[in-house]
Design a protein around this ligand. Structure first.
Ligand SMILES: [Zn+2]
Length: 413
């Protein structure tokens, strides 16, 4: 009988469904078109369906990275961007997106690209003219003068193609509107200093609560959310008070900020991989000395903050900050290893990289778990990542990647 092209069946799966529940052996997943039609041990399988036999392998949701910079390559110094023609930066994005998909990631949330290219790349992928994960895109980063996303060099040269530099609530409001006019999925702001910006101490606050509120109000008017880069507690707290729903890095969380995170339902995205790479590779690899010094200054905190958040019930979404020095696209699963090293169980790190990641992208109703009615975003992998998350870093073991019912990668199954 001819295959019913729109129906696929994954059988004999060791199912890790992304909800955090115990894995279930011998599960069948029925996929119709782009959706999961059924999941279970005894489900009806229509004849003529295309069968994918996952015997001896794990089937789990496609991974989600809630914090990447898809157009950056992991160069030691982000100022390398000054040497690249804009068109080349776009092509980097397409290349990196493909790498990310190959690694089993079916959704990513971008946190800033020159010219807001992530939005164009998202559309290209949707149109089928580029290959990559589904992208959730922010437009240009909104930053204050001298803030984390103000690429200002001592010579007076600026590179502000990544950002909209805004001061005062009327400017921040306008910047929000400019991004929203482009149809972005969410807005990204910076409410503290950063590691990869030379002149702002990492834990100092940026933007006033009034400025932050103006951005959040505009986003909320059109049912969008705001994510904020924030390392220190004042920057984190100001962001929460202003209405931000996702704290990026959140390196120095305190009892007070964690309490506020829980009360306001704010996500924590720890990005452990970013500082790990900067500290491991160091100045010898060409990373600017000030960036290495800043990463070392806060080195003791991110793992502790992750566990403080997790234990208090904050929703923690895995994000790598891929694109920062030596933090390469396609190696995103390093974050799970570091989350486990910080104290999470493997299944918890997986849930942070699937279900909670989807929720942070505001796609929780559509992806992140393998449940009836959701997009068929899944990977088939050799071995059991709930016993060893390191398996997820070995692309040869990721035998198949399916995004919305389409097999995007097949390494032989
Ligand atoms: Zn970032």
């Amino acid at each position: 009988m001819a295959h019913n092209a729109s129906v696929k069946v994954v059988k004999n799966a060791y199912l890790v469904d992304g909800t955090g529940k115990k894995p279930v052996k011998d599960t069948t997943i029925v996929i119709k078109g782009n959706l999961i039609e059924d999941v279970g041990k005894t489900v009806d399988v229509s004849s003529g369906a295309e069968v994918i036999d996952a015997a001896g392998r794990t089937v789990m949701p496609g991974l989600i990275d809630a914090h990447v910079h898809i157009c950056f390559n992991g160069d030691p110094n982000l100022l390398s961007v000054l040497n690249y023609p804009p068109g080349l930066i776009q092509l980097f994005g397409a290349y990196n997106a493909s790498k990310t998909l190959e690694a089993g990631y079916t959704t990513i949330r971008d946190m800033g690209t020159p010219f807001g290219y992530a939005l164009a790349l998202k559309k290209a992928i949707e149109m089928g003219i580029a290959r990559g994960p589904r992208i959730v895109a922010p437009g240009r980063i909104i930053s204050q003068t001298g803030g984390h996303a103000d690429f200002y060099l001592p010579s007076g040269v600026t590179y502000n193609e990544m950002s909209l530099i805004s001061d005062g609530p009327s400017e921040t409001r306008r910047s929000a509107r400019i991004n929203l006019r482009d149809g972005v999925d969410f807005l990204k702001i910076c409410t503290s200093g950063g590691v990869m910006s030379p002149s702002d101490p990492v834990d100092t606050p940026q933007f006033t609560v009034e400025e932050i509120k103006s951005v959040c109000e505009e986003a909320n008017h059109v049912h969008r959310s705001v994510a904020s880069h924030a390392h220190g507690p004042t920057g984190i707290m100001n962001a929460i008070l202003g209405g931000v729903k996702s704290i990026e890095h959140g390196s120095i969380q305190t009892k007070e900020t964690v309490k506020a995170m829980v009360e306001h339902g704010v996500f924590q995205v720890p990005t452990l991989t970013a500082s790990w790479n900067i500290i491991q590779k160091g100045t010898a690899a060409g990373i600017p000395d000030w960036a290495v010094a800043k990463a070392k200054e806060i080195a003791d905190y991110p793992q502790k903050s992750l566990m403080l958040c997790y234990k208090a019930g904050v929703k923690v979404a895995a994000g790598t900050d891929a694109g920062t020095p030596f933090n390469r696209h396609g190696e995103n699963a390093k974050e799970l290893e570091l989350m486990v090293a910080a104290g999470l169980k493997p299944i918890e790190a997986i849930t942070c990289s699937t279900k909670i990641g989807a929720e942070a992208c505001y796609l929780g109703a559509k992806t992140g778990t393998l449940e009836k009615g959701k997009w068929a975003d899944l990977i088939v992998i050799d071995g059991d990542p709930t016993a060893d998350v390191m398996l997820l870093q070995d692309k040869a073991k990721i035998r198949l990647v399916m995004k919305a019912g389409t097999v995007e990668v097949n390494r032989g199954i």
